[in-house]
Design a protein around this ligand. Sequence first.
Ligand code: PLP
Length: 387
Amino acid sequence: MTYRPGRHLLQLPGPSNVPDRILRAMHRNTIDHRGPEFQALARRVLDGMKRVFRTEGRVFIYPSSATGAWEAAMTNTLSPGDRVLFFDRGFFAEAWSRVAARLGLEVVKVPGDWRTGVSAADLRAALRADPERRIRAVMVVHNETSTGVTTELPALRAVLDELAHPALFLVDAVSSLAATEYRHDEWGVDVCISGSQKALMLPPGLAFAAVGPRALERSAQATLARSYWSWSEQIRFNDDGYFPYTPATGLLFGLDEALRMLEAEGLETVFSRHARFAAATRSAVAAWGLETYSTRPSEHSNAATTVRVPEGHSGDALRRVILERWDMSLGSGLGPLADQVFRIGHLGDFNDLMLMGTLSGVEMGLRAAGVPHRSGGAQAALEHLSA
Ligand code: PLP
């Protein structure tokens, strides 16, 4: 392959760019995962992740992709044949529901418009249709990475409370954690899962689960088979600063550094930085005369923007041109959105000039790929960022 000077821009909605500080933190020999240095590291990262999830409860860390934590959330809290509620609102909600079905759960899926999030009315209607209260868990993706739509979680908790419905509230915050406000305890979420490769700025390979007291209680009665994912095993070891099996020590060094960086910047500042990039990106999309896939302004994602490609044009051809000519990766359309959209990731270790590079690359790509648009999107973002 020919040498390509300069940095590749990894503008997927995750995995995101890994900052040099984290790369350096991981660039060291493995340490004894049963020794005192590891114990101090494990305690720091387990505590640090509790602050990120905003929970006083437990956080478990698995050497796995986030999909593993989906499985952990369900196998620890549910029993074979339990009825679980999903909302068909995007590729990842759909994928999570398939995992549930494969585990032997009875999946109830509420159809809906992928361009909007799950509303209080959606959940109220679904729970009212369950007078016998057979639904054991409600599963919601906080930020649907495929569509760029964020669901407002507190409104959903309020519905569960209003109906005094005993279902557990399980949330996927894979692409929202550390990009968008998330408050595990305050929002009454029972289990929230996430992954390392998005706004936590790490390479892929770690999965997280924040677990509240109700979910821990349920895990004592739940009978789905579990071994690798078992919380009781994790607790037994985590309490002493260790893991039940060989942990991903290198990634934990990186996580330790990521937590230092997030805390130095301050989570609120991190969230407003992401919100500002998302707004600047949307101003570019509007100036190009294109459309975001997400339609409700209050639900636009702070982590990623999904952009519709005009009829008769190809999102994949556009991404290909941008990769070949400007060495930037954008997200593809997933599932039924294949080729119809492209996704701009603006999450993690990212700043104004990286965003301007990204949007300039998109604008040059639109021109090179012959996608009809007006010029001036990058300029509009520049005005937004400098306002
Ligand atoms: N959930 C969401 C919202 C995601 O965006 C992703 C991956 O992009 C996943 C789950 C699956 O995560 P992983 O690929 O790390 O298993």
